[in-house]
Design a protein around this ligand. Structure first.
Ligand code: SF4
Length: 307
């Protein structure tokens, strides 16, 4: 029995075929790196902005190189074109649409996913995307990271909770799919803050979430903080316990796109357990099974009345 709603199940139901993400680094920057809001970047983010290994290549080459590899590996799957590195809506609408139009150049690309920040979405872009969404599903992935404004300030995000709520509300207004990125284990957050992030996604009816375990990589602001004073980092067991409890508060219809982080082995400083994604996922499945937890079995909880 599936104890949470996996992205692979959603894709299988919708397309009846394996669907693979192609990740693109289109050369963006972000307002917390280029001086618009700050220059430090978010304190956990390294210089690649979560980019892939093909950064620097033209977009068509990044697409075709990955297609060549996955076509062979998975026998010609369908593809989601995922603009991943940095803030992928941080340009004018005309340039962005030109870039996103790559989805029409390849018949086997069936969907577009755009990773961005809550303060970098404007209505003219959403309007264009809503037209694209008529024949190729459009996902907008918004980084929230924490529902605690003090934490957001301490990690250099430079946006608040209200701008996140505004972004999700407008994405839904234009009939686009929302995916929320959350980090569990940021040293300033309590487990209550992590639950609150999930409850917020439930209330807003996010279409999908990604939960990412906190880790420290070389070249980040957190590296400097960590080397000066020991930070409180989650153990693997505690992370699993918090994730499994949080899933109970998540709307049953919200798709889970990810439950682990994706640190680079050479860049990772701590905690080392975050490298073992398979073990973490197995432990989550075992914990859900052992405690008979299901996604959403507490989501009918009325957050407003109970507080
Ligand atoms: S997390 Fe996103 S917004 Fe923050 S510095 Fe990295 S790429 Fe930019």
């Amino acid at each position: 029995m599936e104890r949470f709603y996996k992205f692979s199940s959603y894709l299988k139901e919708k397309y009846n075929k394996r669907v693979q993400k192609i990740t693109i680094d289109a050369g963006f920057t972000c307002p917390v790196r280029d001086g618009n809001l700050s220059i430090s970047g978010c304190f956990y983010c390294n210089n690649s902005g979560s980019g892939n290994k093909m950064s620097g290549l033209p977009v068509n080459e990044q697409i075709e190189n990955q297609m060549k590899y996955y076509d062979k590996k998975y026998n010609n799957p369908l593809y989601i074109l995922y603009f991943q590195a940095f803030t992928n809506s941080y340009d004018n609408t005309k340039n962005l649409i030109e870039l996103y139009n790559y989805i029409y150049k390849y018949n086997n690309i069936i969907s577009l996913a755009i990773g961005t920040r809550p303060d970098c979405i404007n209505n003219s872009l959403l309007e264009h995307l809503s037209v694209m969404n008529r024949n190729k599903e459009v996902w907008i992935e918004i980084g929230l990271e924490s529902a605690n404004i003090t934490t957001l300030n301490k990690i250099g995000r430079m946006h608040g909770i209200a701008s996140f709520v505004d972004a999700i509300t407008r994405i839904h207004y234009y009939n686009l799919k929302s995916c929320v990125h959350i980090i569990f284990g940021i040293p300033f957050d309590t487990s209550g803050d992590m639950l609150e992030s999930i409850k917020l996604c439930s209330v807003l009816k996010a279409d999908a979430i990604k939960i990412h375990s906190f880790y420290i990589e070389k070249g980040t602001v957190f590296e400097g903080i960590y080397r000066k004073r020991q930070l409180r980092l989650l153990s693997q067991e505690k992370y699993i316990e918090i994730v499994c409890n949080a899933l109970r508060y998540l709307n049953k219809c919200t798709i889970i796109q990810r439950l682990t982080g994706d640190p680079n082995r050479e860049m990772l400083i701590a905690p080392k357990w975050t490298l073992d994604k398979h073990r973490t996922l197995n432990m989550i499945n075992d914990y859900m099974e052992k405690h008979n937890f299901m996604q959403g079995d507490l989501s009918s909880f009325n957050y407003v009345e109970k507080h």
